[in-house]
Write a protein that binds this ligand. Structure first.
Ligand SMILES: [Zn+2]
Length: 583
């Protein structure tokens, strides 16, 4: 990788224009992928989970980021879920014959990190990568388990889904779909065929809409107040979450006023709208964000990265005093601060310490407010330092909240998904300079080890499935509710099965959301297990218009990724995911 200041300059130009690159014009809605709505993979909050763990970590310093249970010694994982968090003694109750044990040796274990604003998947070429695959390994090695991607147009969404479907996307991605480009050029209403919270797989979710409100350091605004008011009201009615690129305080004034206007119609907006960058915002404006439930999505490396750029000095001179990157004011006001890197903007190859855009470096920069290559902050910025604990929160539970995923991600709590990271040191107790030297020993996503620091395999349990036969027992394994999208026609399939011995019975529903012209089929069926560990079932289906269909499926179960593949006779396979089991 190249180390030079040329990159800084190139990327600086990008920020001045906006913090993004445009790409091609989206394809028409007719060729785009239709709506599907897979279930949330997990619904948390089910306490007292029972059964043996696949993996238990003991003797650790576990920073759970769960206020109800902030620290622990041990944690147990079963499949992709956390089933116990507590003392060694409490958690060891879940040890069974096949449980893999990891002695953390007092190392620190934290929730998987969430980068709330970045462009690794869309703009990787800015740092010389030639393909999406090159992004994956460094992302996991830094401890990121969820990336929030702020500019996913149709082409990028297609590329992302293709990567996921080929099994090469080992972390979670939340996508914001742009409605305009950095310069305010409209991209049309292509995003309207999607919706907030649309889940394609455990790794791909559509979070909301991205819009650019200003450019040229807040000097050019893309909408009038009246247009923005109308836009926000309309998106509120459509239940979209918005992520609004807002840099200058004048733009903040307009954006916050527009949300205040919308709140008069819908006083308790549940949308958790996000302001991206919040680079210059006054204390008075921050106070107004709180009752509106607005989220401050800030790059913790800002504005240190900009120091030395004359444009920053001009910006500071133009803006109200004390408004620059006020991370502490935001936290103190009780506004949710979600932390991000804006990778690859301002990317440099740091000669030492934690790499650019890594969680360790962002925590270090949030505390010290340093820029790239150790550039010191302006004195006023030091007043706006936050603590390592506040930065850790911004990069975990607050990031999860900002994408409506706090029930399954962001903290180490019973019932949540097993996304976690082992760190070399505890960010809450090391000396400040050492924050920048914290390394990642292991990264786990969805209960699977996805990164293991070379030579430190002692901290990396085998993937829970390896070493076990793929299907240890066929008893009851098909039982449950399975849901997924038929990618050919966009319908949603809900299959409910009961397995008794070698026999299967079930119901099948094929739902076309909001399309009365194409009513779906529904009906019941039965089947049996085959010697090859799959099953066959025949369903008798009927449409509301009276048409009937008898169809035979081959059902193939994968306990490894909790999927059931349904292959209709003469048709393409459809992948279904197991719906949460209600406790
Ligand atoms: Zn950005």
């Amino acid at each position: 990788m190249k180390t030079n200041r040329k990159y800084v300059c190139n990327l600086l130009i990008v920020f001045l224009t906006a913090c993004n690159f445009t790409s091609s014009i989206p394809r028409s809605a007719t060729t785009a992928n239709p709506t599907s709505s897979l279930p949330q993979q997990n619904s948390a909050a089910s306490h007292g989970l029972t059964g043996n763990a696949d993996i238990i970590f003991t003797n650790g310093v576990i920073l759970t980021m769960d206020d109800a249970n902030p620290s622990a010694q041990a944690i147990a994982v079963q499949g992709n879920q956390i089933i116990a968090v507590g003392t060694n003694e409490e958690v060891l109750k879940h040890q069974g014959q096949n449980t893999l044990m990891v002695d953390l040796q007092r190392r620190t274990l934290v929730p998987g990190f969430i980068d709330s604003h970045q462009h690794r998947l869309g703009d990787f070429s800015a740092v010389g990568y030639t393909g999406l695959d090159q992004v994956v390994a460094p992302t996991l090695a830094q401890g990121w388990t969820t990336l929030v991607e702020l500019y996913v147009d149709q082409d990028r969404l297609d590329a992302l889904r293709a990567l996921d479907q080929s099994g090469r996307l080992p972390f979670r991605v939340n996508a914001y779909l742009p409605m305009n480009g950095p310069w305010g050029d409209s991209l049309g209403d292509w995003y309207k065929i999607y919706h907030t919270g649309q889940i394609y797989s455990p790794h791909v979710r559509i979070a909301g809409i991205k819009i650019f409100m200003d450019i040229r350091w807040g000097q050019t605004l893309h909408m009038t107040q009246a247009d923005l008011n109308a836009f926000i009201q309309q998106r509120n009615r459509e239940k979209w979450q918005l992520a609004i690129h807002t840099v200058g305080s004048q733009t903040h004034e307009m954006v916050i006023s527009a949300f205040e206007n919308a709140a008069r119609e819908d006083p308790v907006s549940p949308q958790r709208h996000r302001i991206e960058h919040v680079l210059s915002i006054t204390p008075e404006q921050i106070e107004r964000m709180k009752p509106l439930g607005l989220i401050a999505s800030a790059q913790l490396n800002m504005a240190g990265e900009l120091i030395g750029d004359p444009k920053l000095d001009e910006f500071i001179a133009r803006e109200p005093e004390g408004a620059l990157s006020p991370w502490r004011n935001i936290v103190d006001a009780g506004v949710i601060l979600a932390g991000g890197s804006d990778w690859p903007n301002y990317y440099v190859d740091e000669p030492a310490g934690a790499p650019f855009g890594s969680p360790a470096r962002l925590i270090f920069q949030a505390v010290t407010r340093e820029g790239n290559f150790g550039t010191l902050p302006y004195p006023g910025m030091l007043d706006q330092s936050i603590t390592a604990e506040q930065a850790l929160r911004a990069l975990t539970i607050n990031g999860a909240y900002a994408i409506f995923q706090e029930d399954s991600l962001g903290s180490l709590s019973v019932g949540k998904l097993a996304d976690m990271v082992i760190l070399s040191d505890n960010p809450l107790s090391v000396e400040t300079r050492q924050l920048n030297n914290i390394t990642v020993l292991m990264t786990m996503v969805d209960g699977k080890v996805e990164y293991c620091s070379p030579g430190l395999e002692v901290f990396c349990p085998e993937s829970p499935e390896t070493g076990l036969p793929a299907l240890p027992s066929l008893a009851e394994t098909f039982t449950g509710t399975w849901q997924g999208a038929d990618l050919d026609d966009g319908s949603e399939i809900i299959l409910t099965l009961r397995q008794t011995g070698n026999d299967l019975t079930g119901t099948f529903n094929d739902v076309y959301s909001g399309n009365a012209q194409t009513p779906g089929y529904a009906g019941a069926g039965s089947g049996f297990l085959t010697p090859s560990s799959s099953a066959q079932a025949t369903f008798d289906l009927r449409r509301p218009d009276g048409k009937t269909l008898v169809i035979q499926f081959v059902l193939t179960l994968s306990n490894q990724d909790n999927t059931l593949t349904l292959t209709p006779e003469g048709g393409k396979p459809i992948v279904l995911y197991r719906a949460p089991i209600s406790q």
